[in-house]
Design a binder for this molecule. Structure first.
Ligand code: NAD
Length: 500
């Protein structure tokens, strides 16, 4: 690992204009409004530890206001938009975001710490998502069904938007992540109140303004910033919210399930993970080593489906480890606005403390720290930077193999045969992602079929396409993202019996 040069890095003029506001208000009914209580909170730049912006700290009364606006919009003119109009809107949104993406990249980089190089690469994914949702706006269909009823009863199903959606968003990638909700809302005719994470709300606020400028009617997309305990809980419990789309930790997912029971909300929950990345002896290591490494270190390990348990067949553990440690030398840690940076900071001091505590836990459990493990000092000392870290000799009983660390920590775990690898992979309460690297198609398919997880990759890691989708199982949550199945959860089905 090396660090990148630390010259003074400035955001683009447009991003600077947005960031220089005294306070970032809530976005309700097409207007920027302060929190009813007048309370504010600060958000920090994780690359420097400095205050980046002051945001409105919304609470129950602000969520009430936003839900009211969303309900009014749901029942209003928006409900008369045709599929053609909703598709045209999504295409316009795609065009505007294409033009404004660099500004959003800078805001997101400074707010949550992902390097600009990584964020720029996500533009193609965002464009695909918008294109996908534009196509879905035109693809909502019910069915005519045969029946065994007497007489001339005609039967069919109709699809209709569920209503007001509460979108609760984590800090690890809000710029693109919000579009799993926004895209489906615009395609289906629902409306939404978004509650971004307090650590990284700015790209969600900025996008809401841009969407409004691009023609999204007032009240269709609202944003209430604030803490999870106040604003998040108020949204999850709100009696006039019909559906919650939540991405975040399993623990918070449980609170949301409990809060949602009063009005039996529909839920889509994308939760934590502890994915296994299985490298077989016949794998092409030229590809498997960087693939497995970036399956963990991308976004500084703050990806739910990071393949943090790297299971390596015992006969190649030494060679794999040697190549991995050589690859680690190519990673460049630095501030998010530096174009040469490949790994940015983690999101906050408290996240850094948590990740570093797992370095101690792993060593105390008997794992061997092969590289990394330290906070970075010197020029990067004021930010939340740490060395990307690799543990060797990890067993699946260790806490570092069982608990989600959500930071740049990779564990190498040896296995003897494929059945053992599948058993280790399945010995986890999570079931989000996973991969197998092998040149044998039958080995790869055996692993794909044997591992109990929502998404599997073969000889690659982390590809996501909305046409294919992904999901979790076990404690990683439920509710498919992508494909028509995603849209289905923003709709309800009405059965119709017509006596003619
Ligand atoms: P988190 O659960 O702490 O917070 C997520 C969101 O929930 C934030 O907006 C937060 O303010 C809000 N929140 C917190 N408490 C709440 C409550 N009681 N009621 C309602 N809302 C509440 O998660 P995080 O720390 O922001 O993100 C990291 C976690 O998210 C990791 O566990 C990671 O695996 C998971 N994640 C999962 C996916 C996925 O697709 N499965 C994607 C990204 C992140």
């Amino acid at each position: 690992m090396t660090t990148t040069s630390q010259q003074n890095l400035a955001p683009s003029e447009q991003a600077q204009g947005f960031l220089s506001r005294d306070e970032h208000h809530l976005f309700i009914d097409g207007e920027k409004v302060p929190a009813t209580s007048g309370k504010t909170m600060t958000t920090l730049n994780p690359s420097t530890g400095e205050v980046l912006a002051r945001l409105a700290a919304g609470d129950q009364s602000d969520v009430d206001r936003a839900v009211l606006a969303a309900r009014k919009a749901f029942k209003g003119q928006w409900s008369t938009w045709t599929p053609y109009e909703r598709q045209a809107l999504l295409m316009r949104v795609a065009q505007v975001l294409d033009e404004r993406f660099e500004e959003l990249v800078h805001i997101e980089a400074m707010d949550m710490g992902a390097p600009v190089s990584r964020l720029r690469n996500t533009k193609a994914t965002l464009m695909k998502m918008l294109s996908f949702f534009a196509s879905q706006a035109m693809s909502i269909t019910g069915e005519t069904l045969m029946n065994g009823l007497p007489g001339d009863v005609t039967t069919m199903t109709l699809k209709a938007p569920v209503g007001v959606v509460g979108g609760i968003i984590p800090w690890n990638g809000p710029l693109n992540g919000q579009f799993w909700i926004v895209g489906a809302v615009l395609a289906s005719g629902c409306t939404a109140v978004l509650k971004p994470a307090s650590e990284a709300s700015l790209s969600v606020l900025r996008v809401a303004e841009i969407l409004h400028e691009a023609g999204v009617p007032a009240g269709v997309i609202n944003v209430v910033t604030g803490s999870g305990k106040e604003a998040g809980h108020a949204l999850a419990a709100h009696p006039d919210v019909d559906r919650i789309a939540f991405t975040g930790s399993t623990q918070t997912g449980r609170s949301i399930i409990q809060a949602s029971t009063a009005n039996i909300k529909k839920l889509q929950l994308e939760l934590g993970g502890k994915s296994a990345d299985i490298v077989c002896a016949d794998a092409d290591l030229e590809k498997a080593v960087p693939g497995a490494a970036m399956g963990v270190f991308a976004n500084s390990g703050q990806i739910c489906f990071a393949g943090t348990r790297v299971l390596v067949q015992r006969s190649i553990v030494d060679e794999f480890t040697e190549r991995l440690l050589a690859y680690m030398e190519t990673l460049r840690v630095g501030r998010s606005l530096d174009a040469a940076t490949t790994l940015g900071p983690v999101i906050s001091q408290s996240q850094l403390d948590t990740v570093l505590s797992y370095i101690d836990i792993g060593q105390n459990e008997g794992a061997e720290l092969l590289c990394g493990g330290q906070r970075l000092e010197g020029e990067l000392g004021s930010g939340y930077f740490m060395q990307p870290s690799v543990f060797g000799g990890v067993t699946n009983e260790m806490r570092i193999a069982r608990e989600e660390i959500f930071g740049p920590v990779l564990s190498i775990m040896p296995f003897d045969d494929v059945d053992e690898a599948i058993a280790i992979a399945n010995d986890s309460e999570y079931g989000l992602g996973g991969a197998v690297w092998s040149q044998s198609l039958s080995t790869a398919l055996r692993v794909v079929q044997g591992v109990h997880t929502g998404t599997m990759w073969v000889n690659c890691y982390g590809y996501i396409d909305p046409l294919v989708g992904f999901s979790g199982t076990k404690l990683s949550g439920y509710g498919y993202k992508g494909t028509a199945a995603h849209m289905d959860t923003y709709l309800y089905t009405k059965s119709v019996y017509m006596q003619l």
